[in-house]
Write a protein that binds this ligand. Structure first.
Ligand code: ADP
Ligand code: MG
Length: 385
């Protein structure tokens, strides 16, 4: 069996006791000029009846970024970063520019984000994906951009033999994670939904998409944020920005590095803890960092946690020993797809997949809080101690 690199050594060095661990984390946070903590909006639902989650209110969205220098342009000298935050893609989106003071660039990047959300959302009635899901059994023609993302989703579905499946919509619409309608469906509902799922029944021919089964639908939730982040990065670069951070609900994409040549510091959130509590802080230059985990969107029924990464074979959340997977890659669309895919595949299969891909690194966190690094991680990604 493959031996994974784990953080055991690091752990011994830095995490001698809980107290030491805390001190280490606190020091890391204080030392970081720019620390971005990964993770998407955690929505905890409860309210109790047998089949409903244990709360019916959605907790306020936590702040997702921890960037120290984010004052407004007017107060500052030209070298100070500018940052804006907005609620989009059902999460907190922020952009920080380090080498420009032009707020209109951020506004335009936000508009681009809206444009893609309106194209790719599974719930917005005007979106292409919504219309495809209504019409796909008769064939439906999509734009080049939607095709690009659909093709990527199809690729990862094939690569994982369906552990990642872009046609999960009948199931995700039942569970409705991340909304007030989130609930534990009945066994019958789940079984029924499963009969409409299967990426092999989705056909892409040019720009025409056809569902070969009734009731099928596409959900790009596991991959769209990465794709949109890549498009936003392209846009920023076209505007002459060479130093920036795009943060789509914890899906981080760095543009270059800081103007003084130092790296951005990106923290991996400690599972189930506040975003400022990091389990590792990395130096990142011009790369994407994306996590998928069981603590991002979940609810609890009768003391059992149900998280949002679903097994297309059973209809229920994956149950493995993982709490999160973080992927470091050039393009965020790949990082986003791979974080969900590797979570679905589990530690062993997921690690095998990452180790087979060039210039892609991962850290898997298991429920005992141990960190498992992919080949080349330690050599290529500096962990800040
Ligand atoms: P997040 O978007 O919260 O950062 P992920 O990128 O891991 O997290 O995507 C999770 C989303 O992907 C779910 O909310 C759902 O829409 C979709 N999804 C869940 N399970 C799967 C799966 N097995 N294959 C493909 N998509 C999935
Ligand atoms: Mg993903």
């Amino acid at each position: 069996m493959r031996k994974y690199r784990t953080i055991k050594t690091l752990k011994r060095k830095n995490y001698k006791s809980n107290q030491d661990h805390k001190t280490f984390l606190e020091k890391s946070v204080i030392r970081c000029c720019t620390l971005i903590t990964l993770g998407t909006v955690m929505i905890t639902l409860s309210s109790c009846s047998e089949n409903t989650p244990s709360e019916d209110s959605v907790k306020p969205t936590p702040t997702v970024t921890e960037i120290e220098a984010t004052p407004t342009v007017t107060e500052l000298e030209a070298t100070t970063p500018i940052s804006k935050t907005s609620f989009k893609l059902n999460t907190v989106v922020s952009i920080t520019l380090y080498d420009s003071q032009d707020e209109s660039i951020i506004d335009e990047a936000f508009q681009l984000c809206d444009y893609y959300e309106n194209l790719l959302s599974r719930t917005k009635k005007e979106s292409e994906i919504y219309k495809l899901n209504e019409e796909g059994h008769n064939s439906y023609t999509i734009s080049d951009e939607t095709k690009e993302l659909l093709t990527a989703g199809f690729h990862y579905s094939q690569l994982s033999n369906g552990a990642f499946d872009l046609t999960l919509e009948p199931l995700t619409s039942l569970w409705n994670f991340g909304t007030k309608e989130a609930r534990l469906p009945s066994q019958e509902e789940i079984e029924e939904a499963l009969t409409h799922i299967g990426y092999q029944y989705l056909k892409i021919d040019g720009n025409t998409v056809t569902f070969d089964k009734e009731g099928m639908g596409v959900d790009l939730g596991a991959i769209a944020k990465g794709y949109i982040a890549d498009k936003m990065k392209e846009f920023l670069i076209s505007k002459g920005v060479n130093s920036a951070i795009i943060n789509l609900g914890g899906n981080i994409l760095c543009v270059g590095d800081k103007p003084d040549g130092s790296a951005f510091l990106v923290g991996i959130q400690k599972p189930f803890k506040d975003r400022n509590e990091t389990i590792a802080v990395m130096e990142i230059r011009d790369l994407s960092v994306v996590s998928s985990g069981i603590y991002e969107r979940f609810f609890t029924v009768d003391g059992k946690n149900y998280h949002h990464i679903l097994n297309p074979a059973t209809g229920y959340p994956y149950e493995n020993d993982l709490t999160s997977v973080t992927i470091i890659s050039k393009d965020s669309v790949d990082g986003d797809a791979l974080s969900t895919t590797c979570f679905a595949l589990g530690l062993e299969e997921g690690m095998k997949l990452i180790n087979s891909l060039p210039d892609t690194y991962a850290v898997f966190i298991t429920s005992d809080y141990e960190l498992h690094y992919s080949d080349g991680f330690i050599e290529n990604i500096k962990i800040v101690e």
